[in-house]
Design a protein around this ligand. Sequence first.
Ligand SMILES: C[S@@+](CC[C@H](N)C(=O)[O-])C[C@H]1O[C@@H](n2cnc3c(N)ncnc32)[C@H](O)[C@@H]1O
Length: 232
Amino acid sequence: MSKGKLEKFAEVEGFKHVVQPKLEEVFRKDYFLKGKWNSDFFQNNGPITLELGCGKGEYTVGLAKMYPDRNFLGVDIKGARIWKGAKQSHEEGLKNVGFLRTRIDFINSFFTQDEVDEIWFTFPDPQLKKPLKRLTSSRFLNYYSQFLRPGGWINLKTDSEVLFHYTKKLAEFNKLEIAVASEDIYGSGIADEILSIRTFYEKTWLEQGLRSHYIRFMLNNNQPVTELPDEE
Ligand SMILES: C[S@@+](CC[C@H](N)C(=O)[O-])C[C@H]1O[C@@H](n2cnc3c(N)ncnc32)[C@H](O)[C@@H]1O
């Protein structure tokens, strides 16, 4: 492991706004902050937005600056990536930002019913060969429905045509409400201040000539999401 990574891990350890649970604290059990993120972590009543697979946390930090009355929690398994957003938010004194280092597969150990207001995915791995590992597959959407409040939006920004069309098709198949679906947010002119936040991966893909796709939809919490027949 490079020295840089070790230094970043050590620095992240010292940040009070970064939570790094041990496996035994979350595996098949509830983490102690479940249901208490507002009262015990953010110490306010603002709605909570998750950025799942946040990497360096550009959306977590960017949105937190735009919406000081809301809370933003970046989730990623890689501590050296989280370090960037954690350090920036610490240095800028942002009180409405946190980071959680964990596998998204354990996400239901962390949040209780209606605890989360909105979810963002920014340039997740499209899992071309394993659709059910996609973070917007039915398996994961059914996890999120257990803690995303009714009417809470799910936002996906991706360079991957496959992931974009898969997610759109899955939402349509399940008759979920879709607010926006665009294959080219910059070319179509819909990129507002929020959609114009550029993540580390997005910058790389744009430089290579790829387009940024975006879909915003909501779940129907009364009905489980069913996988697309050809992906099962
Ligand atoms: C392609 S990167 C995108 C990072 C960032 N959102 C961006 O746009 O620059 C995908 C990120 O998701 C994280 N990730 C992928 N699967 C995950 C999982 N199951 N649990 C937690 N993090 C995961 C990876 O560690 C990585 O940082």
